[in-house]
Design a binder for this molecule. Sequence first.
Ligand SMILES: Nc1ncnc2c1ncn2[C@@H]1O[C@H](COP(=O)(O)OP(=O)(O)OP(=O)(O)O)[C@@H](O)[C@H]1O
Ligand SMILES: [Mg+2]
Length: 493
Amino acid sequence: MSARRSLAAKLAALPHEERQRIWHSLSAAERQQLAYEWRFWARPEQLAPPGEWSTWLILTGRGWGKNRTGAEWIRAEVESGRRKRLALVARTAADVRDTVVEGESGLLAISPPGFRPEWEPSKRRLTWPNGAIGTTYTADEPDALRGPQHDGAWCDELASWRAGPEAWSNLMMGLRLGRDPRVVVTTTPRPVKLVKDLLADPHTVVTRGRTYDNLENLAPTFQRTVIARYVGTRLGRQELEGLVLEDAQGALWKRDLIEAHRVAKAPELRRIVVALDPSGTSGADSDECGIGVAALGADGHGYVLDDRSGVMSPAEWGKLAVSLYHMHSADRIVAEANFGGDMCEQVIRGVRDAEDRPVGASVPYKKLTASRGKAARAEPVAALYEQGRVHHVGVFAELEDELCSWEPNSGQRSPNRLDWLVWALTELMLGDGGAENWLGYLSAEVARQRGEIPAETRAAAPEAAEPATLHPLIEEPVRPWMEDQAAFSGGQK
Ligand SMILES: Nc1ncnc2c1ncn2[C@@H]1O[C@H](COP(=O)(O)OP(=O)(O)OP(=O)(O)O)[C@@H](O)[C@H]1O
Ligand SMILES: [Mg+2]
């Protein structure tokens, strides 16, 4: 998979005199044009392949030049007049603005001064001098893609789209202008279903590549942070080599299982927790803070609602946890206590909002103590997945990468996203706050009904609201018993 070189690189490799001779044979205008001549700078793999493809799937390592390639394809199609109505789709509104449009290799930066589109962020619209229009969309809002029609599209980081399948199918339905509508997809090769489906589609052409192919154009900071972080790791094969990873042999989670039970929307929820696996310090090298939101549905299944992990200072994760708590109307924040004793609670309690109100002071908080090793805690949670009882509401790319690549007992550094998830689902579905607590409540209720304990001592429901249905965990064993009871009391009449 070694990359071929660009014309620019070949020219640069010539002996000095030869290079000078060629350079001076060009007119001043031609030399100026070269600055924006993509066919000069592009490695051959970065130019659109020939043939009758409808999707060009660019599946490469980080920093390969995916964005540059996507942007240059859009520009070439617009400049040639081949396409006039373009959809530009990225995961979030911030991604589409900061990367696709305004990024260092985005559409504005790569356009020559004489053919630069006008950007109207409030209308989410780019207008090129020849009248072609590009509209930006975010995969998080797939409904906006329902209706508008396009003759071309560029989709960035498709494998990380939260509402991927829905956004993609809406886009495809509207991609029907012109005789030959086409889409370019640029993405890190995460093995999600959407990517696998595209790979299997005979109308897709695939370009693969490694981070190292573009090494000479990558900033030293990129080399220090991204490459250093992944080199020699299993995930590095995805992030740097651009390979579609199969599941790690010893990993507790499997991609197919997460995929099979993924849902687009959460059902009615009974309990919601924000879980934290805090980091102590901030800085590029420090650990990520694992933080996310999960819920117990009225159906007794677990739902993963959000993953907001990242490198953060305590002040930042404290704020984020409290704002997630309010945003999701959560029931409580849970956090690992082993870290810094009660420091975590102090951070949460101290959070104040923009108007200096103590919004963290009264948030219900529970510290969790790790009495068992990481693997022992993770296994029962992974087992819930195997039973099909945990659903990801949308795609959580980095979280899923961690789940499916972490091999317990392999000595790998512990992943923080996995940690928050294990805490959250343990709390919701396995621990004191989960079924056991619920059973305690139920048995007290039954005892009260039977007059064994007075009504005043009625146990508080684990949560304020009464559940709409019985917890399925207990519904099955209880139902025959209840039917027996009915038959029994019927017989007595
Ligand atoms: N053929 C090329 N010649 C010169 N510079 C290039 C070339 N290809 C890419 N670049 C530059 O390399 C840098 C990284 O490219 P880009 O941002 O497109 O990569 P990416 O694959 O989208 O990265 P990420 O994985 O971070 O999303 C950018 O500055 C881009 O302009
Ligand atoms: Mg990119």
